[in-house]
Unconditional design. Sequence first.
Length: 446
Amino acid sequence: MNPVEKIESELDNFNFSDRKRAFLKLKALADQKKIPLPNPSPKVNLHFHTFFSFNAYGYSPLHIIWRARKEGLSMAGSVDFDVLDALEEFLWGGFELNLPVSSGIETRVYLPEFHDRELSSPKEPGVAYFMGNGFTRLPELETKAGKTLQYLKEIAQKRNQSVLKKVNSYLQMVTIDLEKDVLPLTPSGNPTERHLVMAYVIKADQIFYDRKEQIKFWSEKLEIAQEKVENFLNHKPDFYDLIRSKLMKHGGVGYVKPDVGDFPTIKQVTEMILDLGAIPSFSWLDGTRSGEKDPKELLDFCEAKGVETLFIVPDRNWDLPDQKESSIKLTKLYEIVEEAKRREFPIFVGTELNKYGQKFVDEFESPALTPVAPYFLRSAWILWGHIIMEKSSQRGYTSEWAKKNFQDRKTKNRFYYQIGQVVPADRDQFKQIGLLSTEELKKRWA
């Protein structure tokens, strides 16, 4: 590990002061030209999960920003499950490195209109992933938005407790305690299923001194050959995925079938997002699910619910081992993009990085994504334009000001795109933007 890598490893310290110190050291080295930082290239990832929910590499918000800047991304966005814990750190880091950033939240909602059809949560009819993007502030705890945010975290942790209880009962010899074994793996007490899996693997390592005994144990519990277990133990990330798939996902002993009451309504989550000046986004998986097959129906539904942006993980729709599957899903991707373009629905994109081996950024230059990359990039600049206006003067994309001043989405998108393209992540420029009148803003960017 060279000196720079040593500092970079400190970016993931759970103590904010320690990782901030490391971040500023790296920034100083970059300012001195001792670490070269490339010019931004036309690629973005607006979907990075940080260690505040789960990142496969253990990356903190500051580590993601640092690597995004090192790799020449034009913009980076954080998204965590059920919390906004990364928000302030992500925005601060972005301004320090002059990198446009966004911060958001991801959760699941139940949609009675799709009660018998699958959406973005496989094998769970009526359940969909839903996001808020472009947050610039946190709610006060006692506000309606603050209570909704707390509720999201509580129901997620309630589900984790149920999963843990079921898996403990099944594994018997290897049991974990949420307080002692799981929470220490998180910086702010927001564990996910993936943290539970890590805790089980760590506990098994502690219990079985004899590797052969551990292999035998997992072979019996996961119902796979001992040779396969041995191979998996040599590559822990794949082993984590196997355990989660076998024990916690649909069909596994720890699977908790969702009940309608286990999820907030789309109205609750949308209201929270709008109350905080952010943008609601409907998550689209791949267009092959029964609830996603008709882009027009889906976007009609979104519009009726006050949702006017989509979130997509493009990599799931083309870079697949099965060429036939890849072709079908790519066609579906093109279909949803065309319908979104027709309605002027921005599409935010990116890969989560919550699974080992995922790309840090989508291959925008690939033949598959070349036709849609310009629209994805345009949408990213609309999101950045929103951040500029919302953070500087609460005149963002979903503000009352925007409703009053733009007659339709096309006009609104043009304004936020224009301002997003030209205003950098610079605190002084944000202050200046915030002082401009509506007339001055429209004259420059509408």
